[in-house]
Ligand binder design. Structure first.
Ligand code: TYM
Length: 343
């Protein structure tokens, strides 16, 4: 008989989350939203607006609900279809926080101490950060596993958090002698959009917290602003190279090629085959045209959705009920596995 732990035998499910803190940018779109749309066609998908994660840093109560609707509008405008996928706000499904507590008692402090995103966000001020920010990855594991999700589409920056989710799932299954109870969720990271970098510094990821708005393309930017930001994007004095190898020491050019590839659905090699030998005076306007063509329809649709908040609220409410119907029985089973009093 094999000693290998029994594998998870349940159905496949996709889960992912996006924080409602600030407006979404091209990195969020290419690293996450675009994949959400592709996956909904042939998978059971749950897409969560993670407002409980957002409040690990200060969020103005006057803005939080509207930011949540804003993300919902971005999901819908990108093509997430509420008839095919569940869209809902995390705070409306209590299973997240309940399972997070159980996982707090499974995860080890040493595991959390290794999380680089906390170190990056907290900097030298870690003593002054909320406990929630430190515990953030445990809640993320609970998000995924409250749905027994098997696949998680995310950008590369979430890789370490996904590894922690797998470790928590494995330790739970092992500690409670419940082999195969939780799946070990797999990140879906591959593709040219997985790590979009700042337009001002190709070694830093594109991020909503970057103080320079020129470092990112927001989903709310107008066509003119998108074109201006791409025109101003940092490059170098060279021309477009022939091969990907030659991009190694040119992070800004590498990034622009990656953005072009992700937006056009081509490989980086195909983009280089088309533009090698050309200067940025040719490539940048082509990239700007492509970015505007892909993003403007999304921005326009987003504004249309945001002009009908009742419809967004109806979708979020129905989504929360559907999500609770999946997660509540799973968390009830967790209580049984852990041996809590049932009455
Ligand atoms: P958040 O809200 O920071 O980002 C949402 C998604 O966008 C991706 N992303 C990027 N992808 C490529 N290039 C970039 N520059 C870039 N910046 C952001 C992120 O990887 C993410 O997929 N912890 C998560 C939210 C979360 C979650 C979850 C995700 C909470 N629970 C459960 C998956 C499953 C976060 O802060 O994402």
């Amino acid at each position: 008989m094999s000693d290998a732990p029994q594998a998870y035998a349940g159905p496949e499910r996709v889960f992912s989350g996006v924080q409602p803190s600030g407006s979404l940018h091209l990195g969020n779109y290419l690293g996450a939203l675009k994949k959400f749309v592709d996956l909904q066609e042939d998978h059971d998908c749950v897409y969560c607006i993670v407002d409980l994660h957002a409040v690990t840093v200060w969020q103005d109560p006057a803005d939080l609900a509207q930011q949540t609707r804003h993300i919902a509008a971005a999901f819908l405008a990108s093509g997430v279809d509420p008839e095919k996928a569940i869209i809902y706000p995390q705070s409306r499904v209590a299973a997240h926080t309940e399972l997070a507590w159980y996982f707090n008692c499974v995860a080890r402090i040493g595991w959390l101490n290794r999380m680089t995103q906390f170190k990056d966000k907290a900097g030298k001020n870690s003593e002054k950060m909320s406990v929630g920010l430190y515990d953030y990855p445990v809640l993320q594991a609970a998000d995924i596993l409250a749905f027994k999700a098997t696949h998680v589409p995310v950008g590369e920056d979430q890789k370490q958090h996904l590894e922690l989710s797998r470790d928590i799932a494995a330790k739970f299954n092992n500690d409670f002698k419940a082999p195969g109870f939780f799946p070990l969720p797999e990140p879906l990271i591959k593709g040219p959009g997985a790590r979009i970098m700042s337009l001002r510094d190709g070694t830093k990821k594109m991020s909503k917290s970057d103080p320079s708005d020129n470092s990112r393309i927001n989903l709310t930017d107008s066509a003119d602003v998108i074109a201006k930001k791409i025109r101003k994007a940092k490059t170098d004095a060279g021309v477009m190279p022939e091969s990907k190898d030659e991009l190694k020491d040119r992070p800004e050019v590498d990034n622009l090629v990656g953005i072009y590839a992700a937006l056009s659905g081509q490989s980086a090699e195909e983009v280089l085959a088309e533009y090698s030998g050309q200067g940025f005076g040719v490539f940048k306007p082509a990239l700007a045209d492509l970015a505007v063509a892909k993003l403007q329809p999304i921005t326009e649709l987003m504004n249309r959705y945001l002009s009908d908040l009742d419809e967004i609220d109806r979708i979020l409410s129905a989504g929360a009920d559907a999500a609770a119907n999946i997660a509540n029985p799973i968390v009830a089973d967790v209580r049984d596995v852990m041996g809590f009093w049932k009455g």
